[in-house]
Design a protein around this ligand. Sequence first.
Ligand code: 13P
Length: 318
Amino acid sequence: MDIIEEINRLRVEKRAVILAHNYQLPEIQDIADFVGDSLELSRKAASTDAKIIVFCGVHFMAETAKILSPSKIVLLPDLRSDCPLANMITIEDVKKLRKDYPKAAFICYINTSADVKAECDICCTSSNAVDVVNSVSADTIVFLPDRNLGNYVSKHIHPVRNGVPQSGISNRAEKKMIIWNGFCPTHENLKAEDVLELKKLYPAAKFVAHPECTADVLELADRIASTSGIIKYVKTESSKDFIIGTETAILHRLKKENPDKNFIPASRKMFCPNMKYNNLESLYESLLNEQPEIEVPEKIREKAFLTIDRMLKIGKKD
Ligand code: 13P
């Protein structure tokens, strides 16, 4: 049996769309209908008219697709695809924070479970976190769960005057941000020394980093962006060499779309094993059996939907 032919036959027969995150295995990226970052994939999941969404990413991403498209069958080929960062905060933690900061606006990164989203006010991704924070009029913000993204965003806060965020002014002292202490183990594997070493070897290279990297790493970056923001940046930059500060599977797309450029992983330790459980075999089985299906209880889904929808109404940035 030719597994690619079978997947292609089943996807047509079942009216399925295959969505893949930029960190998926090369063969999954190549077979997907659409490859993107968290925000782009959410938008695709919300707008598709397919009957089945096969989500090749991690659990919270497939859950987000189900929240946005409840009438569709949402499949995650391998349920072991989980996000350690998303698991660093629970619904109980959020309820306690709500008691501690009753007047704060609660902003959750998309890397959270559906029940955590349901307890928050607005969601964000790495590509729109600054805009989301600046869209909020409360002068205290609880940001969860990523400490590095939170810290990065806190440096781009605009103050609030008479309940209105003041654009163009950056003064973090006027807005208070409480940041949860979660982190992405893959991004924290990159150390500033790794980047400094590579910069010596490739002095003309641009260093581009994902905002889940630590602050000392981000300080060395020529550009800080989401995964798709990184892809757009290298396309428009005239440099030939790029040091890539995010999960290494993104290099597949970077090389494919820019064959004349040179991409250097900032660290080989930037490898997310959870993103690699989905493969051609599990994708095929999943399409064939329509399993494992992602479900979200309706009460949680309705509340989580509002949290995500508020974000989707905010303009997209890298
Ligand atoms: P992006 O939204 O930039 O694709 O990032 C998702 C993610 O989980 C990074 O670790």
